[in-house]
Write a protein that binds this ligand. Structure first.
Ligand code: GSH
Length: 279
């Protein structure tokens, strides 16, 4: 079980690498009527950010520190969690929070503007339902088990929570296999030659952090099978995803507090420690 010594690193407050370039392209306050309040390390933010990029919806970015909870963040997100959206087309401006709700909102906007979509068409309700089953699994199992694994400290807990996380990944692959038989439209990038899909965006930020943060702090290896590996390559290399990724060190530094389960790391970490649902 790999756990290096806690060197007291702090989370980053500014994107690096490709993500920084994307922030710079979207920093003009007059460039769009939606502001994305986000933080560079946050996987919930990354979900919506990938959706903005893929659906081609104009937006500007405002990087905020969610632990300092500036007033402008509290105005759009009542618990002071990133992400939040400020919608300038309303007078006074309106707001939305919650990554899954924001994903739905962006999808609805795109249907009526750019005509892009992460979901199978509405004429395919069963395929859409399969995608939502996949996303439900990601939210209820994959995401919480990621944090349980990363925050667990003693060796036997790490073995147990590591197995739990691996099982959640295998179950996701299983759901893709089911879609492959029943409704290939519900596959996203799992299909060779497929396009980015809803589940890829829902799960991608944690798959990515599994490939760097969990690998570094827990010695975790993602499933070895060639199909899974090829899927991850397609996902991590997809332009809409890659454009939202900072350099690896940013994630390693920002997650050290989780890996050592430092007190009051975050609302997510507190929820995991007390066995409550995620905020
Ligand atoms: N359910 C929220 C969760 C968002 C969330 O937990 N964001 C974290 C950063 S990754 C945060 O803002 N934490 C601030 C805190 O813990 O006070 C969503 O899906 O948007």
């Amino acid at each position: 079980m790999a756990t290096s010594k806690d060197s007291g690193k702090r989370y980053h407050t500014q994107c690096t690498g490709a993500a920084l370039e994307t922030v710079n392209k979207h920093s003009d306050p007059d460039s769009a009527d939606i502001t994305l309040f986000g933080s560079c390390f946050c996987p919930f933010v990354q979900r919506a950010w990938v959706a903005f990029e893929y659906l081609d919806i104009p937006y500007r970015v405002n990087e905020v520190d969610p632990y300092k909870k500036p007033q402008e963040l509290l105005e759009v997100s009542p618990k002071g969690l990133v992400l939040g959206l400020k919608l300038h087309k309303y007078e006074p401006p309106r707001a939305l929070n919650e990554s899954t709700v924001i994903m739905e909102y962006l999808e609805d906007i795109a249907v009526h503007s750019t005509q892009r979509s992460l979901l199978p068409p509405t004429s395919e309700p069963y395929a859409r339902a399969l995608v939502r089953l996949q996303a439900d699994h990601v939210n209820r199992n994959l995401v919480p088990s990621f944090y349980r694994y990363l925050q667990s400290q003693d060796a036997s807990d790490q073995i147990e929570t590591g197995k739990e996380f691996l099982t959640a990944l295998e179950q996701l692959a299983h759901q893709f296999e089911r879609a492959e038989k029943e409704e290939p439209q519900a596959l996203g990038l799992w299909k060779d030659g497929g396009e980015l899909g809803w589940t890829d965006v829902m799960a991608g930020p944690w798959l990515f952090r599994a490939s760097n943060v969990l690998k570094h702090y827990r010695g975790f290896e993602l499933p070895e099978g060639p199909k899974f590996r090829a899927y991850l390559d397609r996902l991590f290399d997809h332009p809409a995803f890659a454009r939202t990724c900072s350099t690896e060190q940013l994630y390693l530094d920002s997650y050290e507090r989780y890996a050592h389960n430092r007190p009051n790391t975050s609302q997510v970490a507190n929820a995991i420690n007390s066995g409550r649902g995620l905020p």
